[in-house]
Ligand binder design. Structure first.
Ligand SMILES: NC(=O)c1ccc[n+]([C@@H]2O[C@H](COP(=O)([O-])OP(=O)(O)OC[C@H]3O[C@@H](n4cnc5c(N)ncnc54)[C@H](O)[C@@H]3O)[C@@H](O)[C@H]2O)c1
Ligand SMILES: N[C@H](CO)Cc1c[nH]c[nH+]1
Ligand SMILES: [Zn+2]
Length: 415
């Protein structure tokens, strides 16, 4: 149902970029910035002093909006901390898990068709809350070889004092393999175009660096019934369509009249949209689906597994339990998807191309791993010992059995 990842020539191109970065490091990054971003860079990053200087020019209203988003996203992600209690599975046998931050993470902030400081918030906030030690940030350079004022301001809020001016597949390769300037990372996060997404999937299978998920071109699926506000529905479809010509904006409606009215509203609203050319292409690559009822609509949505699902329906509450596959869900007429893109608190880095069937969006969990611990007391060894001996025996692994038997037979058992 998606046209995203079918292109072999992209795979070939991305493989070439990755191998250039792997073999020639920084030198390749300078060359690729010139080739793909049209910028001859003097240096590959901007440092703390310059970041602070650029950030200081931010307007009052923009600063207040970013501050509010920062506060809401921080509150929601902080709430995701979960302390698990130790469990005594048998008397004297105690097991528990502890969370540890992933030490070195790489954040990719898209900047091709639009610079996305909101993505910097969405990735940087959970990375900071988790306590990641080294945070590498890459974003395509502006034409003047610097970074956008809003990215600089977010860097100040996150106390990140270096932004690498590297975009596309080359940024992913640099964060996976490391170069003289860019440290190798353990996990790479962030959305991007098809080059970025392809590079992430390649490095995931060929290096020890993990990725958050394939987060490609934006998608929205709106389920609308007679209760839907048609102007809002059209606006929500266009909001995602304006990301890029490869975005998907799908309408699933319970009557033909909703589809016809939405098409008229789309034409009307598109006329005054500055990015109408991009939105037009995306809308024309998308489609509407007519269903007999809401059950059929939800069934279609679950199959499609959209990045964003909007329930513009009368009884949206009743539909919640039926939602099986979606990145993030927006409920009722007054909840636009843009709220989640920017400021309500949820993360906007979400699985696309049907990956919502098996992946979650970015959250605090994405930046931590959980380590299991266990302790067995003298009482515990008597309780669990024989079970382990028998299981080892039935698998024919005598060494495993011995490791338990020795302890069971020890006279003086330390705690
Ligand atoms: N799924 C999500 O959570 C999510 C969130 C935000 C944005 N997005 C999506 O991210 C995407 C951002 O894409 P973008 O293009 O604006 O920015 P981007 O930063 O992802 O890509 C720009 C880079 O692509 C590289 N590039 C451009 N043309 C190339 C070519 N021909 N060959 C090789 N490399 C090339 C360049 O290096 C450039 O720096 C959009 O599709 C948007 O919908 C998704
Ligand atoms: N809708 C995008 C995720 O698909 C996120 C975003 C950033 N800025 C605006 N929107
Ligand atoms: Zn968006």
């Amino acid at each position: 149902m998606r046209n995203a990842d079918a292109d072999n020539s992209i795979t070939e191109q991305v493989e070439q970029i990755i191998s250039m970065v792997k073999s020639r490091g920084d030198e390749a990054l300078f060359e690729l910035a010139e080739r793909f971003d049209g910028v001859k860079l003097d240096q590959l990053f901007i440092g703390q002093e310059e970041i602070i200087g650029i950030a200081s020019t931010i307007g009052t209203e923009q600063k207040a909006a970013i501050d509010t988003a920062f506060k809401n996203i921080s509150a929601f992600h902080r709430s995701q901390f979960q302390q698990e209690k130790p469990v005594e599975t048998m008397p004297g046998v105690t097991c528990w898990r502890e969370a540890r931050a992933i030490e070195r993470v790489g954040l990719y902030i898209p900047g091709g068709s639009a610079v996305l400081p909101s993505t910097f918030l969405m990735l940087g906030i959970p990375a900071r809350i988790a306590g990641c030690q080294d945070i590498v940030v890459c974003s395509p350079p502006q034409k003047d070889g610097r970074v956008n004022v809003y990215l600089a301001y977010v860097a100040v809020l996150l106390q990140i004092n270096r932004i690498f001016l590297v975009g596309g597949a080359q940024a992913v390769a640099a964060m996976a393999y490391g170069t003289a300037s860019i440290a190798k990372t353990d996990k790479i996060f962030g959305p991007g175009n098809q080059y970025v997404t392809k590079a992430k999937t390649i490095i995931q299978s060929s290096t020890q660096t993990a990725i958050d998920m394939p987060a490609g071109p934006s998608e929205v699926l709106v389920i609308a019934d007679e209760q839907a506000n048609i102007e809002f529905v059209a606006a929500d479809l266009l909001a995602q369509a304006e990301h890029g010509p490869d975005s998907q904006a799908i309408l699933v409606a319970t009557s033909q009249s909703i589809i016809d009215q939405t098409n008229l509203a789309l034409e009307r609203q598109m006329q005054v949209l500055p990015r109408s050319k991009i939105a037009y292409q995306a809308i024309h690559n998308s489609y509407a689906v007519l269903t007999t009822d809401l059950n059929e609509a939800i069934a279609f949505s679950n199959l499609y597994a959209p990045e964003h699902l909007i329930l513009a329906t009368r009884d949206w509450k009743a539909l919640i339990p039926a939602v099986k596959n979606a990145g993030s869900v927006f409920l009722g007429n007054l909840t636009p998807e843009s709220a989640g893109d920017y400021a309500s608190g949820t993360n906007h880095t979400l699985p696309t191309s049907a990956y919502a069937r098996s992946f979650s969006g970015v959250s605090l969990d994405s930046f931590i791993k959980k380590i299991t611990f266990q302790h067995i007391s003298p009482e515990g060894i008597q309780h669990i010992g024989h079970t382990v001996e028998v299981l080892a025996e039935l698998e024919g692994l005598q060494g495993h059995k011995n490791a338990m038997t020795l302890r069971m037979n020890q006279e003086d058992k330390p705690a």
